[in-house]
Write a new protein. Structure first.
Length: 373
């Protein structure tokens, strides 16, 4: 066990995330099966593509048939522009009124829903000579951001009559796409507004990932997909039988940096939440909660070492975690895989009572990305 085995992955850390590009292309093909011919697709790459790396994945996403990209903030959009990503990019979140000019200068489309936004667009046009590109956000039940149903028609017409705004689209967001009745309420509000305005030439988009697989919304001509790109399934309506065959992109791996024996009764890691029963061989890898693996998973998860499952033992620390590898022949430098398609991120999410993509978003602080096919 004292021999050090070499691997063909070279990073500055003995821990990294691997992203499978083939699986990304596969997932987009699956998504397109649910999208009518002629309907555009917006790929959501906010939060650094849910922790997968927006700049690295954007070219493949676009080459695979996605028409435009969605981000959460101006900074995220600028990062893509700096990487020479030239497609339309929509900022889905609320842009500060004082920053609208920055969005215009970066050729980013913004979401608007207030009088303040209209005034900010006017000022940005006066300063730049460029009409801000906008999508109007309607609040049909998410109760997060957006113009209310009561004010929406008047607001949309005011924007349409403004000679300093380039109105590109109108959209809303489904709060419970897995719930047919609640979704119907939102769609009724959407239709009530859209039926009262001229939508010629506009992009109309309602369906998110789950909505794309589950609902047809007449008159819409674009859909937004996020987590499905990355092989992560949303909550679907129970009646949906034909689900896409999605493949997880992300794997999490760490090399063994230390192997030693914990003697019978000895504790491992802080607070000794694990004690050895008999002499146990313990391996350490340099991945911890500062890398995005929640401490609450301590003593609950497993890794795969040389094809065999090994339990994680002791409290996960800031930078390291330990595994009981007594039953596996191993050496320093061998790789322990924490996540892959079989040992999926869904397992961790279920243990923690959260959603899969909250966890992928966490795995982005210090871990290098390795992109593979």
């Amino acid at each position: 066990m004292k021999n050090v085995r070499q691997t063909n992955i070279n990073t500055h850390r003995d821990a990294w995330v691997e992203i499978n590009i083939d699986n990304l292309e596969h997932n987009i093909k699956e998504i397109k099966k649910y999208v009518p011919e002629g309907t555009k697709l917006l790929g959501v790459v906010k939060a650094d593509a849910y922790g997968h790396g927006a700049v690295m994945l954007a070219p493949t996403i676009l080459a695979s048939g996605i028409d435009m990209l969605g981000v959460a903030s101006i900074d995220e959009g600028v990062d893509l522009r700096n990487a020479k990503i030239g497609c339309d990019i929509l900022i889905l979140g609320a842009v500060p009124v004082w920053a609208v000019e920055s969005a215009v200068n970066a050729d980013l489309s913004i979401s608007i829903f207030s009088k303040g936004h209209i005034e900010a667009c006017r000022l940005a046009f006066e300063r730049t000579g460029i009409k801000p590109k906008v999508h109007i956000k309607l609040d049909t039940g998410m109760n997060r951001i957006g113009v209310s149903q009561d004010d929406a028609v008047e607001f949309i017409k005011e924007v349409q009559n403004s000679d300093f705004i380039n109105l590109q689209g109108i959209f809303t967001h489904l709060a419970m796409a897995e719930n047919i009745e609640e979704t119907k309420k939102q769609l009724d509000k959407w239709n009530n507004v859209i039926s009262k305005i001229n939508t010629s030439g506009l992009l109309l988009h309602v369906q998110n990932t789950a909505g794309t697989m589950s609902y047809t919304v007449p008159g819409t001509n674009m859909r937004r997909v996020g987590i499905a790109l990355y092989g992560l399934a949303p909550d679907y309506p129970p009646c949906l039988k034909d689900k896409p065959d999605l493949k997880q992109l992300i794997s999490l791996k760490g090399r063994i940096v230390n192997i030693h024996t914990a003697k019978d009764g000895e504790g491992v890691s802080y607070s000794y939440t694990y004690r050895a029963k008999g002499n146990r061989i313990i391996a350490t890898i340099p991945i911890g909660y500062a890398d995005g693996v929640p401490r609450a998973l301590s003593n609950k998860i497993y890794g795969v070492l040389n094809g065999k499952k090994v339990p994680q033992v002791g409290n996960i620390t800031m930078d390291q975690m330990m595994f009981d590898i007594t039953e596996v022949e191993a050496a320093l430098g061998d790789i322990i895989m924490l996540l892959d398609e079989e040992n999926s991120i869904n397992n961790w999410a279920n243990m923690l009572g959260t959603i899969n993509y909250e966890l992928t978003c966490r795995l982005k602080v210090r871990l290098p990305r390795v992109y593979t096919r």
